[in-house]
Design a protein around this ligand. Sequence first.
Ligand SMILES: Cc1ncc(COP(=O)(O)O)c(C=O)c1O
Length: 419
Amino acid sequence: MTPCRKEHHLKHLFDGKGWDVYNSDVVNLSIGAPGTDLLENCCEIFQKATEHRLKIEKERNCSLLFQYGPTSGNYEARSAIAKYFGEMYKSVVNCEDIFITSGATQGLHMVLSTLIDLNGYVFVDEVTYMIGLDVIRQFHNLKIIPVCLNDDGVDLQQLEHFVKANHFKSKNKEFWALYYTTPTFHNPTGILFSDSVCQNLIKLARKYDFLITCDDVYNILHYNDDDDEPPKRLFAYDDCNDKDYKGHVLSNGSFSKIIGPGIRLGWIEAPPRIKTLLDNSGVASSGGCLNNYTSCIVASLFELNLAQKHICYLYETYKERMLAACEILKANLPKDCNMLEPKGGYFIWIRLPERRNAAEFLEMCIKEEKIVFIAGPRFAVASGQAVNCLRLAIAFHTKERIKDAALRICQALKRFLDK
Ligand SMILES: Cc1ncc(COP(=O)(O)O)c(C=O)c1O
């Protein structure tokens, strides 16, 4: 049958999917995005930044904002990112390593299409960012291999076993395989890869020459005591002073969670050998910088100190929401349920007792409580995995609504488990 034209008049990505996130009767804890209240300020600060940047364009009389941008992105935008994130990570970020993208999703797509042998392999955590998985699946000749995930990171023994068994030399791309992950405040489990896992991952990547791409979209959202060091990103473990250094890690960053997803702006931090390949890709050579206009506006947002203030506001709000949700869950979850208490990011992963079905619990929550979340299997490659798990996201709703929903989830869970 020929599909017929239909305009759906959708307002946002989560519109039209049954459980409207803007419906005040419903608490939708499946959404990994900042809520409306957190984006309110954006009109005002982007107006100021845009005026600032357009004035510069006029004064210079060159309108470079409207020209194809340099492949990696405008220097001021890359410098602003390098400076700000260097300070936030307390670890050097080189401006030369930055390649502007239109978000981490596009960053992953660029990595797959440009750097990985399309008949090769992608290793992923047994539960992983579900839409990242959809992006990988679009390259249908890639073989996706799920690897066991422990509470301190990927199971290195199993990863090495799979890597060794499938290793080959690619004739046409830089890498025969990719390991895709979120080592800092993992989606969906919220875990942080330990120091030892990070060190050994680097050794493994060097030994078998595969690429690691880290979605580093939550890294600066760490909720420990303020004087705590931020978690060291995996990129920084791949030390260029090591004798066997070649550059095996990419840090795939984004402003979606910390400024607003609608601006579609991100960046890849890449070692020199990989950065050159991204710059020379067909997409960047033809189209220039992947988001020239917005990246320049965001450079002004940083120059005017508006980005820093906005990010700080979002950070404080997320922190409050996360701590409040965890407090309620810790006090009220049934004893035979297990919660991985995250030290940052957006997500709380709850395990029901073995053999209980989180999808059935979701159905009950929707019906009885009008609360929505995502059941574990959506994040898994293999069927029958994470059936007893569920993910809650704390970013979208106010602290009060999250607290209320967390309590009602615990009460519903008691009823569910008593059945
Ligand atoms: C791990 C991870 N990567 C990427 C994204 C999407 O990022 P972007 O909006 O920059 O494409 C998300 C958002 O949920 C995410 O959790």
